[in-house]
Design a protein around this ligand. Sequence first.
Ligand SMILES: Nc1ncnc2c1ncn2[C@@H]1O[C@H](COP(=O)(O)OP(=O)(O)OP(=O)(O)O)[C@@H](O)[C@H]1O
Length: 261
Amino acid sequence: MPDVMEAVRTSGLVKRFGQQVAVADVDLVVPRGGFAGLVGPNGAGKTTTLSMVTGLLRPDGGSIHIDGVDVWRDQVAVKSRIGVLPEGLRLFERLSGRELLSYNGQLRGIPRVQVRQRSDELLEVMGLTESADKLVVDYSTGMRKKIGLAAALLHNPAVLFLDEPFEGVDPVSANTLVEVLRRYTASGSTVVFSSHVMELVERLCDWVSVMNRGRIVAQGPLDEVRAGRSLNEAFLALVGARAGEGTSGQEGLSWLGATPR
Ligand SMILES: Nc1ncnc2c1ncn2[C@@H]1O[C@H](COP(=O)(O)OP(=O)(O)OP(=O)(O)O)[C@@H](O)[C@H]1O
């Protein structure tokens, strides 16, 4: 029986791409409320895991529950409970920011008046009011993240999944995103996000899952995973300082930076 105090639980989650096992027997657990970080080196399987958890990629094995609901059995119920800011963030480029929110609101079946009111408020807190009628194609990277986050929040989901939400975002915009997310979690909602920025995960998250080579290698409250070290030190110890690098490390490249002859 799934635990209703858990926002997310996967059991034995598996995904293969040909011969390669991208996600191997993953039991990801995220308690309800607050921030949970999913960290791991490049290629660890974070995006593949989040794609399966959010119903975007069909698993080869295992089960996923969000708020106690089976993601792949009851997709409509799950999709109304979650918001997603995916990696790559493909948006409808020929809509303005305001139109994008309005379209999302209609897809979600939210009454027009409510969409209008929520959009205005979200555009305001994201600092996008002046750019609301500009086409998304002309938005900067940070503005795209902000409008993507606004679209993901519009239906007030119970669980919000963010893949690298702060990548390419300047510190001022990152602060805005953090403030909005803090407000969101203050009322008991859950944010799950993947990141390579350990300081940020350490600052925001009360729960951390560490992945390496398709597996969870540590998971629990931040202080337990850190065990008296910085998260960065814990991370390096857990995944190995050279995770994701070639076996030759720094031994090659003797030509690099050498004086040209
Ligand atoms: N569509 C795909 N086809 C083939 N292999 C894939 C595909 N998607 C992911 N992979 C492989 O699965 C593994 C896990 O990739 P994934 O993108 O989930 O890692 P990640 O932890 O999100 O990495 P990063 O931090 O670099 O974004 C990688 O080895 C990747 O090459």
